[in-house]
Design a protein around this ligand. Sequence first.
Ligand SMILES: [Zn+2]
Length: 145
Amino acid sequence: MHQVILDRLEGYLAGAPTPREFTAHLESCEDCRTEVREMRELSSAFAALRAPEPLASPPGFYARVAQRVDLERPRSFWSLFWLDPAFGKRVAFASLTTLAVLGSYLITRETEYSSGPPTPEVILGQAAPSDNPDMMLATLASYEP
Ligand SMILES: [Zn+2]
């Protein structure tokens, strides 16, 4: 692409009026004409992708969202906790206690499993998966030269 086109290309793509030398060169130069046409198609594709609405939220948007949340709240399951905070606290405390008990139980089990050297059966099971005929078959079936 030639310099005379490059200088004005951005304005041309944006729809700004272009000087005579720009259009004249575009008419006479096949290369520039093709490239400019491709760029125009590209920029119009981008324009089509662009969201029609501005990204900034319109005034009153958050107020409307808050209002909507207020309206929908009584229908939700969590409204129970808002209606009776004491009950909600009790439920939350019970859940936390359950989690703590479960967690400590799992940690105890984990340390039991990992203590001591692995048994020979475990080592054999890990080292020789191809002894299993089904596994061999699967390996052969999925083999692609
Ligand atoms: Zn040119």
